[in-house]
Design a protein around this ligand. Structure first.
Ligand SMILES: C[S@@+](CC[C@H](N)C(=O)[O-])C[C@H]1O[C@@H](n2cnc3c(N)ncnc32)[C@H](O)[C@@H]1O
Length: 187
């Protein structure tokens, strides 16, 4: 409960948090069902908030996998640093569009999954496209972009940058989420 209250207090101070409560476990499971945890992975997470996806992922990835978290809100970064001490995890207080700064140069173009909860609907079209292009640049060929959003507003920009898209819907979440499943085809 205190996690939910802390999350709400952070939302009140920063509307870019965009949700009043963390994502439900049911929705976390539905998004993460698209991840093949049997291999060593590099996973990048935009907007981990208080870490509901991050903790779930860290319980499932192999010892040689990595989780790189990109979070804009300083309060969430402080909470994450306090709660997550797993050596496979890194927490960076930067914007998603600057993700390349956080990566080891060898990992650029080798990321298996980018998971995103950031509210793309708050970004102007050119910023949406810039974040999507930065995401495509860090993914490996065949790598996946998995995003949970409140509506279909991201379909057109995703098609423009990636040229493909599947969606799934999770109605039993506050807010209900459309789950975007996108593959980086080619190089
Ligand atoms: C809807 S919340 C999702 C939080 C968490 N992943 C969850 O599912 O409960 C959106 C998160 O994205 C962060 N955020 C918003 N814009 C961002 C950006 N441009 N770059 C990185 N993080 C951002 C917010 O601070 C917040 O933690």
């Amino acid at each position: 409960m205190s996690n939910k209250l802390d999350f709400f207090k952070t939302f009140v101070k920063d509307r870019d948090v965009a949700s009043i409560v963390p994502t439900s476990l049911r929705c976390v499971k539905k998004v993460c069902a698209n991840i093949d945890f049997s291999r060593d992975l590099i996973i990048v997470e935009y907007g981990p908030g208080n870490g509901v996806f991050s903790k779930y992922i860290l319980e499932r990835i192999s010892p040689d996998s990595k989780l790189i978290m990109i979070e804009a809100n300083k309060d969430f970064v402080a909470q994450l640093k306090e709660q997550i001490t797993d050596p496979r995890a890194e927490i960076h207080n930067i914007l998603a569009g600057d993700v390349e700064e956080a990566l080891d140069p060898d990992d650029v173009g080798s990321v298996d999954y980018v998971l995103s909860g950031i509210p793309f609907s708050f970004l102007k079209k050119d910023r949406k496209i810039a974040v999507l292009k930065a995401t495509k640049a860090i993914l490996k060929p065949g790598g996946k972009f998995l995003a949970y959003q409140t509506s279909g507003h991201l379909k057109k920009p995703v098609q423009e940058v990636f040229g493909n898209l599947e969606t799934d819907f999770e109605p039993l979440n506050i807010p209900p989420y459309l789950i975007y499943k996108v593959v980086k085809n080619g190089v």
